[in-house]
Design a protein around this ligand. Sequence first.
Ligand SMILES: Nc1ncnc2c1ncn2[C@@H]1O[C@H](COP(=O)(O)OP(=O)(O)OP(=O)(O)O)[C@@H](O)[C@H]1O
Ligand SMILES: [Mg+2]
Length: 418
Amino acid sequence: MVKFENKKPTNVEIGKRIDKKESTIRAFKKNHPEKIEQLELEHKEATYPFLNIKEYLQAINLDEPLSEKDLLNEIITLSQRIEKKELPGTIYIDGNKFKHIFIPAIIDRLEGIKDFMNDIKIQLPITISIGNHKGGAIKTTNTTNIAASLAYFGYKVLIVDFDPQGNASGSFGIYEGDYKYTIVDLLTMSADKDIEHKVKESVININMDNTFENGITGKLDILANNATMSEQVEDLPSMTRHIGTIENTLDRVLSYIKNDYDFILIDLPPRTDVILRTSMIASDYFLVSLNTQPFAKMGMPNILNPINKYKHVYKQEKNKDFIILGGIVACHESGVSIQDANYNQMKEDILTCTDNKTSLFDTYIPKASVIPESQQGDGAVIFNSPTSKITRKYFDLTLEILERLAIEKDMENNKGLN
Ligand SMILES: Nc1ncnc2c1ncn2[C@@H]1O[C@H](COP(=O)(O)OP(=O)(O)OP(=O)(O)O)[C@@H](O)[C@H]1O
Ligand SMILES: [Mg+2]
């Protein structure tokens, strides 16, 4: 695992820009307010995942630059909050001499959305399935990277590797022998007396302290899987017949550990059968994972029809609506005409297929070699290349997901009022 300390995440460009900002501000403050606005905007739109606290404080206090003394006090306060794990951030120690603290560049937006979620009393945990009937649609990569970002933001997160290929588990370097039972074993045992104990002892914690000194405020766990599950999956309906319908088994298994988490993310295999339905019953929301590669042109109805067909059963079982939260485009090469065409097509199709209820997220994940590199044992880009622009992209995407969840919840709360 690459240590954060080896890669000082100072954002040189932002640093320079802010230095320039300070003199620019003094010289132009009165006469060119629009210029300052522009600089602020550039700062906000920067693609870097982390900011040095000093740079951050200078940037957010553009109107009235802080005195050295105030700056120091603010730095101490923020550092303490990070050390107490109240704020996501990362402490970088250079030998024993220097201590630098970095916070995600999206900290204001993150704090804002957390406040909003508190205000509307959003109920956690929230369970989200990530799927697509097609292979290679970036389901696993999105699941692990969104989960890691949520954990970095301070949430307690469980990944359920519901795919026979066991890719999510393997990407974190977790293989057979590392865990007690797979998620499929647990489904078949879901009527056992000691099932609660069995589920709990099967959860594996992904230790993130190796990468971030004091930096992770939440936690990341996984219920693993392996390739032998593929044969078991075919037999699952008969293996679980004694328990009741298979569709309810995952929901039941997760109920024993649900309250240990804020978010549960289920990585689905490329199937539209009983596995999808089982996952739906255990979930509150669905994210559609999409890529725009030339051979990946996918019919949106093929993905969404099996979900839409099962929605009425969901409503009967759960007494609420199953919500498709949005479409994530990943591994996209903007500027490649066939991919841009696919992107635009998907943008329209998702609206058409959901009666304008669901759209693509604004943030898409570009194609980048750091992704496959991170899947050799680190599991997510943030653990392998924390300062990469892809880390920032997954931060942005995860924030958008949180915002949509909050908006959905807010609408639900207000439904009865109109
Ligand atoms: N942004 C990216 N840039 C480059 N390669 C990527 C990117 N995202 C994912 N990949 C690669 O694309 C491949 C497919 O991704 P992934 O395994 O996440 O898809 P999947 O939908 O889970 O596949 P499956 O249907 O087999 O479960 C993997 O080899 C992954 O490393
Ligand atoms: Mg997968």
